[in-house]
Design a protein around this ligand. Structure first.
Ligand SMILES: NC(=O)c1ccc[n+]([C@@H]2O[C@H](COP(=O)([O-])OP(=O)(O)OC[C@H]3O[C@@H](n4cnc5c(N)ncnc54)[C@H](OP(=O)(O)O)[C@@H]3O)[C@@H](O)[C@H]2O)c1
Length: 513
């Protein structure tokens, strides 16, 4: 158990984290990018922080032929790449719990080999342990793996009081409403809802969780959190990188599927939902569902004005040429896949009626930044004549999700100088500066929560269904109507002029993050 002395609770410290019970974590797709870059470093950091039980095992499984020794080498390379100056002995001890088995995901032999590997490692735990199956593979093979896990007896939950069996899946959860419902049907044939942990790694970030703390553990914001005081909300998820090695996946998917269905709507629901009655998985997820169900659906003839889609084009950025999307390796020259989307939406409820929410996300933008900016209304009357209310800057609260985690509140204050000399006073809180270090990686939080059986930060199927219900008509309209324009923007910019025009029609501007 670890305890954080920074706890502000006057009654008791609630910062302690408890190590879970013994478990076996099977990672399908263990030869892949996500395992190497995120899962292994996160598991190791939990181990370093004493948040893994004494008895735990990690079993990699993929088609790539490797033995335990070769996989342990890969694991230790991943750890060394992420963390500097880790004593070799510590990595060795961690690797004692690491194993590997290979085979095709659709072959019975793979699952019998996996089953005997699990029995071997479970004997280290003196019998039963909880089992987590992490599907770190392309989503097209989720159903196959889940079917085989069930038929081989690995995933069905044993009787009451026996250790759990859980399955973690990664986005994409389908590619439209129909395919997500099909995936769900196939998962539910073999698993109970409580066994399924759907990850959106944004929810594992401390700053995203902080949205709830900021709103519901303080008195000062919530009374203002409505259409009487808030002018608009902007959510930006900008990446400076392009599609890297993911052309095959991205060109079939596009930005709307890749970012809006999950991260963007998840952040929107946290910032706009009603207070849940408790910080309990189902109470929080009930409120998220209610919020998403209140988003006003876009009328078909408004889609081309309420959504701007665009693709990046060649530009010189910081002295280096960055090529157009259609020049990227493995992208068809005539691809119409969008790499940027901006949208405007409204929420049909008492709190938010009339407040526009502007969402934008894209690749090859000026810099990597994810933020939620809440802009308050102008003051109703100015006593500082000749300044008019619209001359005085609106207050803005910006929740910085990445890369700088924290938040900033801008207020108006007197500046040294003339009687009416006034300016923005930024009040800035940075996680790194205040807590003297980086917050843990989102995957650490989520892996630990899954081991502990806490699904608050995982996505329930009904919210996925409602988000696809909202977005599928947009995707269909884009696919059916070639006259809907695909704008372009130079690499290294903040997006196309059409996105500026969209928000400009409302007399507003995108924030420059
Ligand atoms: N990487 C990220 O940052 C990230 C972020 C968000 C979500 N995700 C999701 O997480 C999952 C894993 O991501 P990843 O980047 O690690 O994927 P990946 O590297 O493309 O694939 C993981 C492993 O799956 C196996 N695989 C790949 N293509 C396959 C195919 N067509 N059929 C069967 N097996 C195949 C490969 O292992 P073998 O050939 O050895 O079997 C590969 O090493 C995906 O669903 C992805 O969408 C990833």
């Amino acid at each position: 158990m670890t305890t954080d002395q920074n706890c502000t609770s006057s009654r008791q410290c609630l910062c302690s984290e408890t190590a879970p019970a013994p478990f076996v974590l099977v990672i399908f797709g263990a030869s892949g990018d996500l395992t190497y870059r995120k899962l292994i470093p996160s598991l190791f950091n939990l181990f370093q922080r004493d948040l893994l039980p004494d008895k735990f095992s990690i079993v990699g499984c993929a088609r790539t032929v490797m033995d335990d020794k070769a996989f342990r080498k890969l694991v230790s390379d991943s750890i060394r790449e992420k963390f500097k100056n880790i004593p070799s002995k510590m990595i060795e001890v961690f690797c004692e719990g690491v194993f590997y088995t290979h085979g095709n995901y659709d072959s019975d032999e793979t699952y019998s080999a996996l089953s005997s590997k699990i029995s071997d490692v479970e004997s280290r735990h003196s019998g039963f342990a909880g089992r987590i199956f992490y599907l770190s593979v392309p989503s097209t093979i989720y159903s196959e793996i889940v079917r085989k896990l069930a038929s081989s007896g690995l995933s069905p939950e044993p009787s009451e009081g026996q250790p759990y069996r859980r399955v973690i899946i990664e986005k994409p959860f389908g590619r439209d409403l129909q395919s997500s419902r099909q995936l769900e049907k196939e998962l539910k044939e073999h698993l109970l809802e409580r066994q399924i942990y759907r990850i959106d790694h944004y929810l594992g970030k401390d700053t995203v969780q902080n949205i709830l703390m900021l709103r519901f553990a303080n008195m000062i914001f919530e009374p203002l959190w409505n259409n009487k005081y808030i002018d608009n909300v902007q959510i930006t998820v900008a990446e400076s990188i392009g599609i890297e090695h993911r052309a095959g996946y991205f060109d079939k998917s596009g930005l709307l599927r890749d970012m809006f269905q999950n991260h963007m709507l998840e952040m929107l629901s946290l910032v706009a939902m009603e207070p849940p009655s408790s910080f309990d998985a189902d109470r929080v997820r009930d409120e998220k569902l209610k919020l998403l169900s209140s988003i006003k659906a876009w009328e078909p003839d408004k889609i081309s004005t309420e959504f701007v889609r665009a693709q990046y084009r060649e530009a010189i950025v910081d002295g280096n040429k960055q090529q157009s999307y259609t020049e990227e390796d493995a992208v068809p020259k005539d691809s119409k896949t969008e790499t940027f989307v901006a949208a405007r939406l409204f929420i049909n409820n008492w709190r938010w009626n009339g407040v526009p929410f502007y969402l934008r996300a894209g690749k090859r933008l000026r810099r990597r930044v994810s933020e939620i900016a809440v802009t308050f209304k102008n003051i109703p009357h100015s006593i500082f004549k000749p300044l008019m209310p619209e001359d005085i800057h609106q207050n803005t609260l910006v929740l910085n999700v990445q890369p700088e985690e924290g938040f900033a509140l801008s207020i108006q204050a007197k500046k040294p100088g003339g009687k009416l000399c006034m300016g923005d006073l930024p009040m800035h809180f940075s996680y790194r500066d205040f807590f003297q270090g980086e917050p843990p990686d989102a995957y650490e939080r989520l892996l630990l929560d899954c081991m502990l059986g806490d699904s608050t930060l995982f996505i329930r199927n009904d919210t996925i269904d409602i988000s696809w219900t909202l977005l599928t008509p947009i995707l269909e309209r884009w696919a059916e109507d070639p006259s809907i324009p695909l704008a372009s923007y130079p690499c290294g910019s903040w997006g196309p002029l059409e996105a500026d025009a969209m928000i400009g029609k409302d007399g507003r501007k995108w924030r420059a993050p």
